[in-house]
Design a protein around this ligand. Sequence first.
Ligand code: ZN
Length: 361
Amino acid sequence: MTLASEKSDQPVHGYLLDGKSPRKQNFALSVNAKGIRYALADGPSGEWGFDSIDWERSPLKARPLYLKSMTVKDAWLVVSDAKAVQDVLRAQNIWAEQNFWRFYAAQKKAAAYLACVLVFFAALWLGWPVVADGIAAANPPALRRYLDEMAGAYLSDQLICHSPDGEKALSEIQRRLAEKHPDLNTCNLVVIDSDSVNAFTIPGNQVVLTNGLLENARNGDEIAGVLAHEFGHVINNHVMRGFLRNTVPQLAISSVWRAVGVMPSMANYAIDTANSRTFERAADASAVILLKDAGISAEGVRDFFARLSKETRNSRAMAFMSDHPATEDRAAMMDEAVAEQQKTSPVLDRSQWLALQRICE
Ligand SMILES: [Zn+2]
């Protein structure tokens, strides 16, 4: 290859491949702070800014120096003249220092991707609960149906307790709590024949109490307190919000991270704990209001929670206590509620209470 142009005496520093034809077009170049100006041997000139060069695919150590365009597909500037290569590299070096982030971000794409992933998860972590709550507030029918079906499937696996007097007693508690909060009348209360001490809310505004819970309670006020807490979950739409906040990201994380078994469970734990604490506090706050409005003493629920948390040997209560940990906040809130209440009356009389306790017999 001859380095002298046939058409003019201008020096030849390399050639341009314009990406359109395979023709090598000789050029002479000059370098400035922003890029390379070239003059083609047969006339036109042009400029490639350093910021339009794909540095990742332009190995600086190779000779001749191949510079790939980032904007024009398959376009290359090939600098073969040693002195011109030096000039280009010196100017490029200064430009790269001045454009540190732009240059190195392109060079270190892997690091950039990692940073993006971290930012994405941080945004998800911080922003998702807000988005999830927004979706829950819209109460999309398809999601509601899906959750209701899950609740139905769960209940169909359970032994549900029925006794006319027991159910009447349960309705009486609901009636008292709903007197000033008529929405609560739409809740469905279910007692299941299970030895574990537990109470929880499932989709469709359904509150499930276990027979074990009834056996461990001492009076109707204690059950009313537990119900008030569960109604707090209903009022605050915690089932759907919890599903969207917890389960959806958990499914997403575990499908992304299936290969690394430990990651999802750690993330799940963190997500669950973060949301459940917020939800428990909110349910307690609602429970205090419901009990106050119903004139039912909060002493019942306070004592019941306190008693269960002391009975650490009572493994039947483990599920309930892990969902409803005895926190100082809770104890303080309950104490305050008890102190503030003035006129209260028992929610059930003795025979109603006994009927409720025997609902599964
Ligand atoms: Zn709860």
